[in-house]
Design a protein around this ligand. Structure first.
Ligand SMILES: [Cu+2]
Length: 330
């Protein structure tokens, strides 16, 4: 006779296979990947660009567009707010999981170790035309002309627009100085979340976006350049490295406001947002977001990708080694 204990053991094992974090995903720096690993990542991104859309978000022709769209539609309450880094951690994970489960990618989301290239982005190996993302935009219109994404037609952007256009760049070595380790170190000097997160958003975050330029420099539509995912995964590592300086207390360090406010009035300061531009409305009232009725961002705040992957809470993404995320930076 099969004992009850055996049945319970099997049941617990089955649920642990599904839910518990086993060996952690290894997120590596792009420059440490072999050419084969780089090629596999790029092939997986091209695959995401070919996956049929599943949610019906405006203008989207594939899943890459849908990830860009949910950043576009939620830009006004995922930047310059407490949820900035949690939302982008969730978005990076969604991108990584789609690559792995739907495109057969066997690696994990790599990051761009930007301090290595700060001040000289234009000579970074990340812009390699064969084993990289292609180079700078051309003089006439900024369109990239080489690399695996040169022929990709973006469906969304710039900003809130829905227009067909190329992926464009205007690399600036001077703007890329914000990605220097000295800038990151300034942020590590802050002990509170309310000081550290705005520093990360203002300095290293700015370095990658404005150092690459054009689409990447657009605060609404920047996920239209695939390099976005390597930039924000590096920022995620910056956040994690800050958290890891004081564990476990920084697994609970959250705060800031839910929406961008000015004198208590909903006043998005994302360029291009004028109160009537497309917006999914989730956090559109004065100061509340789903799961978070006050104007202070808490761990119960709901993060949404508008149906591309299931919603989670900020608590679910505070620890990169949690059952939900289950990765580490190496
Ligand atoms: Cu963003």
């Amino acid at each position: 006779m099969v004992s009850l204990r055996f049945i319970l053991t099997v049941a617990v094992f089955a649920s642990s296979v599904k839910a518990l974090c086993g060996p952690k995903g290894q997120r590596k720096a792009w420059h440490t990947l072999s050419d084969n690993e780089k090629d596999e990542y790029i092939q997986a991104e091209l695959c995401v660009m070919g996956l049929a859309p599943r949610v019906g978000l405006p203008g989207c022709r594939n899943v890459f567009d849908e990830l860009q769209s949910n950043h576009q539609l939620q830009a006004a309450y995922t930047h310059f707010v407490g949820a900035f880094l949690p939302y982008h951690r969730y978005l990076m994970h969604a991108h990584e999981q789609i690559m792995r489960t739907e495109c057969g990618y066997t690696g994990f989301q790599p990051y761009w170790d930007e301090p290595l290239d700060a001040g000289h982005f234009s000579s970074s190996i990340i812009f390699d035309p064969v084993h990289g993302f292609g180079g700078d935009g051309r003089e006439s219109d900024g369109c990239i002309t080489d690399g695996p994404f040169a022929n990709y037609t973006n469906a969304l952007g710039p900003g809130y627009l829905i227009t067909d256009h190329c992926i464009d760049r205007n690399i600036s070595d001077s703007a890329s100085e914000f990605s220097d380790q000295s800038q990151v170190d300034k942020c590590y000097e802050y002990d509170t979340w309310e000081e550290a997160w705005p520093c990360i958003e203002a300095l290293p975050h700015n370095g990658g976006h404005s150092g690459v330029g054009l689409e990447m420099a657009n605060p609404i539509s920047s996920p239209g350049d695939p390099i976005f995912y390597l930039h924000h995964t590096w920022l995620d590592k910056v956040w994690w490295d800050w958290q890891a300086k004081d564990l476990p207390s920084r697994l609970k360090a959250m705060g800031g406001t839910n929406v961008q406010t000015s004198n208590g009035t909903f006043a998005p300061n994302v360029p291009g947002y004028n109160g009537t531009t497309p917006h999914d409305g989730k956090c559109g009232s004065l100061d509340s977001c789903p799961g978070d009725p006050g104007n202070i961002t808490t761990l119960s705040h709901v993060l949404s990708s508008l149906g591309v992957v299931p919603d989670v809470t900020i608590l679910d993404v505070m620890d990169i080694g949690s059952d939900y995320l289950c990765y580490e930076y190496v």
